[in-house]
Design a protein around this ligand. Structure first.
Ligand code: NAD
Length: 227
């Protein structure tokens, strides 16, 4: 069975109402990332960081998967599909995809601030200061901050090497090491990119679909399902 590997970024969830990151001048929902998405920020002002992710979690829970998430799930009818997402939302899963690798964690879970391997489901949208892990340390959002290691990167890279077809959707390719994953996809494999503003690509072997995800992804998946 053909293996389709899909790498997604914030752009795929934009039309579900979740703002992308680079589109707003390096600010994320009005915040400088240094103030909310780094280990230093957590050290300096944990309540602000907790609050920021509580707000993001609230928006994620209110959002619904769009036709791009759902179209990728439909590919499983005919192909082996692995989705590697940089997104911390759960819209791929709610759209029906069954094989999703979250490179940067998932906001619907919490994580021990002492041991990142200890993660827990969160009930509702709010993670409160004072909620502790089994080791007695404060729980934080289960997301990878800038400056932290990306534990899933080796597994993601090895998945990319097994792709028979590769699709990139809605990523500025500005965040590393995630952006480097495209270099692990074998040379001769067909590669597609779907983005209304195609970012700089180190390889010109990409077939460019310069459209929003809700239009471009179903177009491509229909073609693949009917070929
Ligand atoms: P990015 O914000 O840097 O880039 C977004 C890309 O999506 C751009 O290339 C833009 O042209 C494209 N885009 C905008 N609207 C689109 C649409 N309707 N359809 C398709 N593409 C569209 O995103 P990134 O490369 O994923 O990097 C940002 C980092 O911030 C990630 O690591 C991610 O963890 C985090 N983030 C996550 C979310 C989320 O989970 N939904 C949201 C914002 C940021």
């Amino acid at each position: 069975m053909k293996h389709i590997v899909v790498l997604t970024g914030a752009g795929i969830s934009a039309e579900s109402g979740l703002k992308t990151f680079r589109d707003s001048d390096g600010l994320w929902e009005g915040y400088n990332i240094q103030d909310v998405a780094t280990p230093e920020a957590w050290e300096w002002n944990p309540a602000l960081v907790q609050d920021f992710y509580n707000m993001r979690r609230k928006s994620v829970l209110e959002a619904k998967p769009n036709s791009a998430h759902c179209a990728l799930a439909q590919l499983e009818e005919k192909f082996k599909v692995t989705i590697i997402t940089q997104n911390i939302d759960d819209l791929h899963e709610r759209g029906g995809s069954t094989n999703v690798v979250h490179l940067h964690g998932i906001i619907t879970r919490s994580q021990s601030s002492k041991n990142p391997n200890l993660t827990y489901p969160i009930n509702g949208w709010e993670l409160k200061m004072g909620e502790l892990c089994e080791l007695g340390s404060q729980l934080r959002a289960h997301v990878v901050w800038f400056g932290e290691a990306v534990p899933m990167i080796d597994e993601a890279a090895s998945i990319c090497t097994t792709a028979d077809l590769f699709i990139l959707v809605g990523s500025s390719l500005a965040v590393y090491p995630a952006a480097g994953l495209i270099n692990y996809v074998p040379r001769n494999v067909p590669k597609y990119i779907i983005d209304p503003k195609i970012p700089y690509l180190p390889s010109d072997h990409f077939i460019k679909i310069e459209e929003k995800a809700t239009l471009g992804v179903p177009l491509l998946t229909n073609e693949l399902l009917n070929e």
